[in-house]
Design a protein around this ligand. Structure first.
Ligand code: SF4
Length: 247
C-alpha cells in the first residue's frame, strides 16, 4: 500500500511540469488598451517612459467616481467622500471640479450601470482592457475626464472603443457595432460606431508596440503633440543628431 502511495507521488511531477509549461505559455505579454493609446499618441514618448509606472490623473479620479452614480441622483457630498476614501491626498480644490461635473451631468439623462469595471480580453490580438459601465440593454461605455469635441470622438477614444469591440467579439462570438464615450466634465455621452479604419489603427499600433518591446527605437511621428511635451528638447536634439549624421 505504502509503495503504491509513494509511486503515485513520484509520478505527479510529470503533469506538474506540463501544467507549468502551459502556464508559462499563457504568460504572454498582453497589451493594455491604455498602453495602446499611449503608443498611438506618441510611440517615442511611450519608448522613453516604458519602464515608468503610470498614474491616473486627479481629474480622472473625480470623473471615475462620479460615473458609478450616473443614472441615480448625484449627491456631491456622498461622491466626494468616496473620492477621498479612494485618493486621500487629493487636492480639496477638486471638489469644485466635481461640482462642475455634476452640474453638467445633471443636464442629461443617463443609463444606470448594471455592471462596472468589467475586464475584457482578446487572446487573438493580445489585448486586455476594461469597460467602465455596462447598461441593462447591454450597451457599454467608457468614462473620460476630458471635455467632448463639438462633434464626433477623439481618435484615442475611437481606439479605446475599437479595442473593447475586438475583445467583446472574441468573448461573446457576436459582432459589436460600437460603444459610448462619456465625457464627464461636459456631461456628454457620445456613441461611436467602430469603423474599419479604427480596427486597422489598432492592428498597426499593436505592430508598433511589438517592435518597441523588441527594443527598437520608434520613428519620431510627424503629428505628435510635441508642443506640450516634456521631452521636446531631448527629441529635437536626437532628431538633429540624426539629420546631421545624414548630411
Ligand atoms: S517631443 Fe514629440 S516626438 Fe518627442 S516624445 Fe514628445 S511628443 Fe513624442
Amino acid at each position: 500500500m505504502n509503495g503504491k502511495k509513494i509511486s503515485k507521488r513520484l509520478t505527479r511531477p510529470v503533469p506538474h511540469v506540463y501544467i507549468r509549461g502551459t502556464i508559462l505559455t499563457e504568460q504572454r505579454q498582453y497589451v493594455t488598451v491604455s498602453d495602446l493609446v499611449r503608443v498611438h499618441t506618441c510611440p517615442v514618448r511611450f519608448y522613453y517612459e516604458r519602464k515608468e509606472p503610470v498614474f491616473e490623473s486627479d481629474r480622472y479620479a473625480v470623473c471615475k467616481q462620479l460615473s458609478y452614480h450616473l443614472g441615480t441622483p448625484l449627491d456631491a457630498e456622498v461622491i466626494w467622500q468616496e473620492i477621498i476614501a479612494v485618493s486621500p491626498v487629493l487636492d480639496p480644490l477638486l471638489k469644485d471640479f466635481l461640482a462642475l461635473c455634476i452640474t453638467a451631468c445633471n443636464k442629461s439623462e443617463w443609463n444606470a450601470a448594471v455592471q462596472t469595471d468589467v475586464k475584457v480580453v482578446s487572446d487573438k490580438l493580445g489585448i486586455v482592457g476594461m469597460i467602465d459601465r455596462i447598461a441593462a440593454d447591454g450597451t457599454f461605455s467608457i468614462v473620460r475626464a476630458a471635455g467632448a469635441m463639438p462633434f464626433g470622438t477623439y481618435v484615442a477614444d475611437r481606439l479605446r472603443i475599437a479595442c473593447i469591440a475586438f475583445c467583446l467579439e472574441e468573448m461573446t462570438g457576436s459582432e459589436v457595432k460600437g460603444g459610448c464615450v462619456e465625457y464627464i466634465p461636459d456631461g456628454v455621452s457620445r456613441i461611436h460606431e467602430v469603423q474599419p479604419r479604427d480596427r486597422r489603427l489598432v492592428i498597426a499600433t499593436l505592430h508598433k508596440i511589438k517592435s518597441i518591446r523588441n527594443g527598437d527605437m520608434p520613428q519620431h511621428p510627424l503629428n505628435a503633440p510635441c508642443n506640450r511635451c516634456k521631452y521636446k528638447e531631448r527629441c529635437e536634439s536626437s532628431v538633429g543628431k540624426r539629420l546631421s549624421e545624414l548630411l
